[in-house]
Design a protein around this ligand. Structure first.
Ligand code: PLP
Length: 417
């Protein structure tokens, strides 16, 4: 089959059987059919190479097809793939121990599942079960997933309004506003759920002291603090966990995306012994998942965590700084188009002054061999989350491509004016 015929076949099947409007959007942005991936690159049906600066929304922290993860999963496949469920699973036991070791404070028990939304669902249930309360405080612009429970805490009307009423008792406050957050937490609050850096909201880094204030207010009222590190965790922000920047320990941390090593789907909620006793004390089956903790995913998770070295985290910090500085320099030359450049480590957002510019910029960047996408809750923001193994040369390629994209957008806007 020729490259063109392959593309047409896939495009038509997406249109007929999956999601026609999404197919149109992806086609417009210039996305082809992904055929192969390695390290920081994806290769499409025409053999074109793309520097992956979207990184599967933060999934490819350790690079595409990281050899250590691939090797571990292949070896596991030859032993046992999915759990028989009645037996113990060594990989699950080892991964839970490792997570208790590397997560901050007294986070100890792991509930394994298959996605970020499922990890959030577990965290919400654990909070309600442990406190016997039902009020939940979340933030505007947040993204915690689209399953019904997680959606009830996701702060974007666009995704919620068709499905109302959702789980009751959720109150939203503006992200980063310490006073509003503290005022919303009271003796009825089961939990506060926050991303330490908002991802889909447009890469929003909260002011210093925000997570600490959340921690203190939760402690004053006996509420639990859930930190959703599904996107920001595992080195992404230049620290093992984004909450480490403020030295704050949650009662429950959710992880997904990168923890599967970019090879297997894996999610987890890591939580305290006290919560375990209150929720699972009388019934060890009160919250379960058939595929959660399966040997293949846990083997991938263990191999992934073996790659979370101080050197990799330092590379995230240093390459993040290089990218941010390069983008800021471009912003200073295109202030009418590029409104803001911000981020922490390799979790970077650039905000355009108009919604429509994002789509044009994505298409131009694709032509320049750089893959990015805009944030789900904020189409004005292009989010950059490449693998943390990215090199200085690759960062410079991304910066040069953005410069070209800005020149093209400027020329286009001049024609339209
Ligand atoms: C912070 C955060 N939480 C939860 C989710 C939901 O994860 P998933 O898409 O794996 O369900 C996402 C996905 O982008 C996320 O960024």
């Amino acid at each position: 089959m020729s490259a063109d015929a392959l593309y047409t076949d896939v495009y038509e099947k997406y249109t007929k059987y999956i999601n026609p409007n999404l197919a149109k959007l992806m086609g417009f942005a210039g996305f082809g059919v992904e055929m192969r991936a390695e390290g920081c690159y994806i290769y499409d049906h025409e053999g074109r190479q793309f520097l992956d600066c979207l990184g599967g929304y933060g999934t490819f922290t350790f690079g595409h097809r990281n050899p250590v993860v691939i090797e571990a999963v292949k070896a596991q496949l030859d032993q046992i793939a999915l759990s028989g469920k009645a037996f113990f699973t060594k990989q699950q036991a080892d991964l839970a121990e490792k997570l208790a070791e590397i997560t901050p404070g007294n986070l100890q028990f792991s509930f394994f599942c298959n996605s970020g939304a499922e990890a959030v669902e577990a965290a919400l249930k654990l909070s309600k079960g442990a406190t016997g309360r039902s009020k939940i405080v979340s933030s505007n612009g947040s993204y915690h997933g689209k399953t019904l429970g997680a959606l009830a805490t996701t702060g974007r009307e666009k995704y919620r309004k068709k499905f109302l009423p959702l789980m009751p008792g959720v109150e939203f406050v503006d992200y980063g506003d310490i006073d509003a957050l503290v005022a919303a937490i009271d003796d009825q609050t089961a939990c506060v759920i926050l991303e330490p850096v908002q991802g889909e909201g447009g890469i929003i880094v909260p002011p210093d002291g925000y997570l600490r204030a959340a921690r203190e207010a939760c402690d004053r009222h006996g509420a639990l603090l859930i930190l959703d590190e599904v996107q920001s965790g595992l080195g992404r922000t230049g620290a093992a966990f984004a909450c480490n920047h403020e030295g704050v320990t949650p009662d429950i941390m959710t992880l997904a995306k990168a923890i599967g090593g970019g090879v297997m789907p894996l999610g987890v909620a890591v939580y305290t012994e006290d919560i375990y006793n209150k929720v699972y004390g009388e019934n060890p089956m009160i919250h379960t998942s058939t595929f959660g903790g399966n040997p293949l995913a846990c083997a991938a998770g263990l191999a992934a965590l073996s790659q979370l070295t101080p050197e990799l985290i330092e590379n995230s910090r240093a390459m993040g700084e290089r990218m941010l500085n390069g983008f800021k320099e471009i912003q200073s030359r295109f202030p009418a188009i590029l409104g803001d450049v911000r981020g922490r480590g390799l979790m970077i957002g650039i905000e355009f002054t108009e919604d429509e510019v994002g789509e044009v910029a994505v298409a131009t960047l694709m032509k320049e061999g750089v893959c990015v996408a805009y944030a789900l809750n904020n189409p004005r923001v292009l989010r950059w989350e490449p693998p943390l193994i990215i090199s200085a040369e690759q960062v410079d390629h991304a910066i040069a491509a953005l410069n070209t994209a800005m020149l093209e957008v400027e020329a286009l806007l001049a024609v339209l004016a």
